[in-house]
Write a protein that binds this ligand. Structure first.
Ligand code: NAD
Ligand code: TYD
Length: 350
């Protein structure tokens, strides 16, 4: 009989993508243990609708804490560890990359060591590393594939690349069953407001200018967070050990066009008197080392595992804008307590 996955450890499960994945896992009847340090970008409220589920456990701990990792997992068995825990914002990595190196490289190494023990206790155990297309650097034309070279440009991307290299080295050296996923830019409900999409929506709703770095011609390849999580779930259940899968939804557009799409949705949902939200767009100083373009070729996961993104880009984006309109209290609290929307990444702090 085929072995069925039941018990998951989800590190970083209180973040944007992790919390969507935890919800999906609970819906599927998995037993989920979340380990999350609750840094500025993590929030237990993101897990409100699953917190009382009997299959859900939460530990406010860091993946860098050896004592916790060793003691907590000594007696326990799991089927998989899915690692979302990371420092994730390029602009913050430009200001200070120390935490990026710690969590995204050293933290991954600690999880891999722990996973060797978990694998000894359960031969079906696997380690899934959630990574990014940014490890491949910038691509002028065409798309990244699983054969693309790692050429990271920002300290964030470099730290994720370091983590990925360690993951593959544990597969080659120790035979630890691992899979790496590299996804493009996610958008969706409850993303931390430092990122482009929520930042623009929230600024627009406060009648503040919408900062577009440089000339706005840089391109990102957008995917709805729910499509990303469906892909991870499929990879968890059917992905081939030792393989890497690129995930994207073929929505590669210029930042200025993305900003205009967001403004169009807002014009539709909450029109201003006699003007468009587009009037709030302002071109500002470019990001240092700004990657020009990311684009993903996801033929491998489509052809080998039969995955397809389901959410139409324009519809998904409009639903996302609606979420921010309907959940003002959530992002207002974040703006008050964790991040007030200021420009990041122009000053090196150390
Ligand atoms: P996020 O910043 O919203 O969430 C990160 C989570 O990790 C937070 O809950 C935070 O508290 C937790 N965390 C950070 N350091 C930790 C530590 N030392 N120990 C335990 N928990 C810690 O980020 P996200 O957008 O949800 O990204 C999740 C993963 O997906 C990251 O690995 C990121 O590289 C990857 N990814 C993100 C995108 C994107 O567009 N957001 C795209 C591709 C890949
Ligand atoms: P971001 O959400 O930081 O994701 P990443 O840099 O990881 O792709 O930024 C997405 C794009 O939007 C990127 O090209 C930088 C740009 N950007 C702006 O133009 N203005 C902003 O205020 C922010 C945060 C990003």
């Amino acid at each position: 009989m085929e072995y069925k996955i039941k018990k998951l450890i989800v590190t970083g499960g209180a973040g944007f993508i992790g919390s969507h994945f935890v919800r999906l896992s609970i819906e599927k009847g998995f037993n989920v243990t979340v380990i999350d340090k609750l840094t500025y970008s993590g929030s237990l409220e993101a897990l409100n609708d699953v917190r009382n589920n009997k299959n859900f456990k939460f530990y406010k701990e860091s993946i860098l804490d050896d004592k916790f990792l060793l003691e907590f997992f000594r007696e326990k068995q799991y089927d998989a560890l899915i690692n979302f825990a990371a420092e994730t914002h390029v602009d913050r990595s430009i200001e200070n990359s120390a935490d990026f190196v710690l969590t995204n490289i050293v933290g991954v190494q600690k999880l891999l060591d722990l996973s060797i023990d978990l694998h000894k206790k359960n031969q079906s155990f696997k380690f899934i590393q959630i990574s990014t297309d940014e490890v491949f650097g910038s691509i002028k034309s065409g798309s990244f594939s699983e054969n693309s070279k790692y050429k990271p440009n920002s300290p964030y991307a470099a730290s994720k690349a370091g983590g990925d290299h360690l993951v593959l080295s544990y597969y080659k050296t120790y035979g630890l069953p691992v899979i790496i996923t590299n996804c493009s830019n996610n958008y969706g409900n409850n993303q931390f407001p430092e990122k482009f999409v929520p930042l623009l929506i929230i600024k627009a709703l406060q009648n503040l200018y919408l900062p577009i770095y440089g000339n706005g011609n840089q391109m990102r390849d957008w995917i709805n967070v729910k499509d990303h999580c469906d892909a991870i779930m499929l990879i968890l259940e059917q992905g081939v050990i030792g393989e890497q899968y690129l995930i994207g939804a073929d929505n590669c557009i210029r930042n200025i066009d993305m900003a205009e799409k967001i403004c169009n949705s807002l014009d539709d949902l909450l029109p201003l008197k006699n003007k468009s939200y587009k009037n709030l767009i302002k071109f500002v100083t470019d990001r240092p080392g700004h990657d020009y373009r990311y684009s993903i070729n996801s033929n491998k996961i489509k052809n080998e595992l039969g995955w397809r993104p389901k959410i139409d880009f324009d519809r998904g984006l409009k639903e996302t804008v609606k979420w921010y309109l309907n959940n003002k209290t959530i992002w207002e609290k974040t703006l008050k307590e964790n991040y007030s929307g200021q420009r990041l990444g122009l000053n090196k702090l150390i």
